[in-house]
Design a protein around this ligand. Structure first.
Ligand code: PLP
Length: 255
C-alpha cells in the first residue's frame, strides 16, 4: 500500500513530512511525500519557512502521480495560496480517501499557513477532505465559533462541514479532569470517541493522528473505526514521547 503525505519538512523530525514517514513505516506501508515548504524549527522554537517553487511542486506531483498507485493522501502544511491552488487542481479528480489536517500554528508558535491563504484553504483544500481533523484551536479559527459548550462544538463542526469536508473530527476536547474526547461529525450523525487525558504539550501528535486516520481509511475501515484507531495510535505515540532536544517532548510512533 502507498500513502502520500503532502506537507512541510520539519528538521527535528517531530512533525510534518518526516513524522509521517515514520508513522507509515511503523504501520508497514510505503510513504510517498510531496514537500510544500521547508521549515527551520526544533523542540524549542520555530525559525522560518520557505515554500517550494511552483515548478518543483508541480514536478514532485508529476513524479508521484505518474509512477505509483496511491491508496490515500494526507494533506498537512500547505502554507500559501499558490501551493493550495496547484494542489487542488491536481487532487480534485482523484477518487481516493483524503485526510486534511488543517494546521495553522505549531506548538512552538510558528505560522504553518499565511493568514492571507486562509480563504483559499477553505475554498480549495477543505472540499477535498474525506475527513478533516482540526484540533479545538483550529476548529475555532476555521469556524469563527468559540467552542465552550456541546452546542458550539456542533455548530463549529457543522460550519466546517458546510465548507465541503465530508466528515469532521474535532480532536482533543477536554471532558472533565480525566477525559479527553474527539468529536465526530459525519453526514447526519455525531458522537464522541473518548480517551485518556494525556499531556497535550508535545510536538507531533496532530501529525501522528491524521497519518493514522489515512492509514485506516485506506484499509477500508469505516470513519468511526478509523478515528478510534487513530486515537489509540496517537495516545501511544504521546505515551512514548521523548525529550530528545532542549524543548518540548517529541512523540514517538515506535514501540
Ligand atoms: N511543522 C510542520 C512542518 C508541521 O506539519 C506541523 C504540524 O502539522 C507542525 C510543525 C506542528 O507540530 P506541533 O504542533 O505538533 O508542534
Amino acid at each position: 500500500m502507498n500513502l502520500l503525505s503532502i506537507g512541510g519538512s520539519d528538521p527535528s523530525s517531530g512533525a510534518g513530512i518526516q513524522s509521517d514517514i515514520k508513522t507509515f513505516y511503523t504501520l508497514n506501508v510505503h510513504g510517498l511525500t510531496i514537500i510544500t515548504a521547508i521549515t527551520s524549527q526544533n523542540t524549542s522554537s520555530f525559525g522560518n519557512v520557505e515554500p517550494v517553487s511552483q515548478k518543483i511542486l508541480k514536478n514532485q506531483i508529476e513524479s508521484i502521480m505518474t509512477d505509483f498507485k496511491i491508496d490515500g493522501i494526507k494533506i498537512g502544511m500547505v502554507y500559501n495560496s499558490q501551493i493550495i491552488k496547484i494542489l487542488s487542481k491536481q487532487l480534485q479528480k482523484l477518487k481516493i480517501p483524503i485526510v486534511v489536517d488543517p494546521v495553522i500554528k505549531s506548538t512552538t508558535g510558528g505560522a504553518l499557513i499565511e493568514k492571507s491563504a486562509m480563504i483559499d484553504f477553505q475554498k480549495y483544500i477543505i472540499p477535498l477532505a474525506t475527513v478533516i481533523t482540526p484540533n479545538r484551536f483550529e476548529a475555532e479559527i476555521l469556524s469563527k465559533i468559540k467552542i465552550n459548550s456541546k452546542k458550539s462544538l456542533r455548530s463549529a463542526a457543522k460550519k466546517i462541514q458546510k465548507m465541503g469536508a465530508k466528515n469532521v473530527v474535532i480532536t482533543g476536547i477536554e471532558t472533565g479532569s480525566k477525559g479527553i474526547s474527539d468529536f465526530i461529525f459525519e453526514k447526519n450523525k455525531e458522537c464522541f470517541i473518548s480517551g485518556d487525558k494525556i499531556n497535550l504539550s508535545n510536538h507531533g501528535s496532530g501529525c501522528n493522528y491524521s497519518a493514522a486516520v489515512i492509514f485506516a481509511l485506506a484499509k477500508n475501515k469505516t470513519i468511526k473505526e478509523s478515528l478510534r484507531f487513530a486515537q489509540q495510535f496517537t495516545q501511544n505515540s504521546i505515551k512514548n514521547a521523548r525529550k530528545i532536544g532542549k524543548g518540548i517532548a517529541v512523540t514517538d510512533v515506535q514501540d
